[in-house]
Design a protein around this ligand. Sequence first.
Ligand code: SF4
Length: 462
Amino acid sequence: MSTRIDFVRNSEAALRDPSLHPAVRRAMVRFRELQRGVIDEIGDWQALREYAHQVKLHTLSYLDHYLEQLERQVAAAGGRVHWARDASDARRIITDLVQTQRHRTVVKSKSMTSEEIELNEALEAARCEVVETDLGEYVLQLAGDRPAHIIAPAVHKSKDAIARLLAEKLGVPVYDDAERLTRVARDALRAKFLAAAVGITGVNFAIAETGTVVVVENEGNARLTTTLPRVHIALMGIEKVIPRLADLGVFLTLLPRAATGQRMSSYVSLITGPRRAGEGDGPEEFHLVIMDNGRTGIQADSIMRESLACIRCGACLDVCPVFERTAGHAYGSVYSGPIGAVITPLYQGLDVAGELPFASSLCGACGEICPVKIDLPRLLLELRARVVQAGKASWAERMFVRGWVATMVQSGRLRLVGRVVRLLHRLAARTKVPLPYPFSQWTRFRDLPPPARASFRERLPR
Ligand code: SF4
């Protein structure tokens, strides 16, 4: 059984790290600037979002049909489909495939689904050498660390920290320019690409109509992973299927703009089966592992189903004020930020992750930026309601809400309580005494500003 995710405690550790917030904030501000530039230039951005939303909802309603079509088309192209009910099934299938190879070096491109099932640990336990080839993921693998952001996994690491890490692990000098550091990693990785018998990737989209898997990236490492090794294994969740090749254009317009603020990703690979006779490159074997791992349960939930439309662009993380302060590790799961606060409780249960839907200011920015128009604030509120209905709200919270309701139903009470609270607030702000629990949750990391001279009600014209 998984341990309960204590977001409050985890975020305290993040808030105490003086280098974390500036590094994450810098990256998030940069992402937002880039996104704004390329989103604003598309006049029909809202129409594209709506289209993508409808395609995803339609596919989720007919998931069995499209997955079976995908299986047939992959087989027709010479590939093999493996169905995995859960994470342990997927680990076993992939480990078995790797173990049939004479050489057990595996190169991997970035895949959140493989992080979700802790694939590296399983392969290493089966005495396979696994090498992450995305630069950020490679850095994290060397550091024994985990991703802090869906698309920028090493966002929490400074350039200096990376330079020291590469020097320590690869025996090179401590370089101070990013290009040199990238070259060091690239040189180390080239040898692994050449030695690897198996390449493992995730899947951004899988097209049912043609049996094609689409892998989107910027470094070229996924393309090497899918072409150099003898065997390519692609791992996807059942929600990654889309019906037609004609739909792909919309997603390829939305994804890079929302993810990295690019008009187009540097490499978009469309892979249909293994290498055919006469082709110069590509794997001899192509395996597609299609995994459920809790997704059909979400698909059956008419309200939460929408969360499966996520294309993992990471944009909701970039605009979230909570994520910007805590970064990804505080969420205690590979999926962080607003989408993590929604899907982690769905995958792991409210007992484990019931705190996460409360890790949001409900400002609405995540719902506005989402390129597939997932109504994240609504889903967060729904999960909060489920936590309360399941009797998991704390005693203090229940008392507070009862008091709040009793106050709000009578204007005389509201006036009286308002006056008392403002008096205490002014006193606390002036004396700066530490507030007792639960107010200490606010003041431990923030100043308490004095209240306005006149309350909102007092300023209203009579
Ligand atoms: S919920 Fe939307 S914004 Fe967030 S990662 Fe998924 S697709 Fe991107």
